[in-house]
Design a protein around this ligand. Structure first.
Ligand code: FE
Ligand code: FE
Ligand code: ZN
Ligand code: FE
Length: 171
């Protein structure tokens, strides 16, 4: 049995996140390049730096567990990034493209939040407070990145571009 214990599942889920974060290290620079608003490009670049730190935290946890972080591919992140790639290939108004990039990025952040919330809880259940704290720190960063994207959506997306014929869209 591959997943005989909660510890086995914990390691499997950590490997999934390790794969997801590495996929993001490659995708975030492309998303920054595709963004029209400099604030959005900056948000992606900032999150790239945070993502490197998140990989370091995972490395620390794997080292302590004396387990290799490799050997799993996060298929969900492959799918989310494939959708993002599809979006970036569209011929879109720059402001609409930014809105689409934010939508893609927020899906990614929510996926990560779910993953880190689970492994944080598993670490607690397994009595590894140091790992739980590291995973909570990453979870907090993913949550903050998600909130920052919502804020950007509210401030940078040009309604005039989104509304056809200059018609005002009001909530
Ligand atoms: Fe991350
Ligand atoms: Fe996954
Ligand atoms: Zn994943
Ligand atoms: Fe993230």
């Amino acid at each position: 049995m591959k997943l005989a214990t909660l510890n086995d599942l914990y390691i499997d889920e950590l490997k999934d996140l390790y794969s997801a974060e590495h996929q993001l290290l490659k995708a975030l620079p492309k998303m920054a390049k595709a963004a029209a608003a400099p604030e959005l490009a900056q948000a992606f670049t900032d999150h790239l730096a945070e993502t490197k730190g998140q990989v370091d935290r995972l490395d620390k946890i794997f080292k302590k567990l004396d387990v290799s972080p490799k050997g799993k591919t996060c298929k969900a992140m492959e799918g989310l990034l494939a959708e993002g790639k599809e979006t970036m290939a569209e011929d879109a108004d720059p402001s609409v493209m930014d809105a689409a990039l934010i939508a893609a990025a927020q899906r990614v952040e929510h996926y990560e939040m779910a993953g880190y919330g689970c492994v944080r809880t598993f670490a607690r259940l397994l009595g590894d407070k140091q790992a739980a704290d590291l995973l909570q720190a990453t979870l907090d960063e993913e949550g903050a990145a998600d909130k920052a994207l919502t804020k950007l959506a509210e401030t940078i997306i040009n309604i005039a571009a989104v509304a056809p014929d200059g018609q005002q869209l009001t909530a």
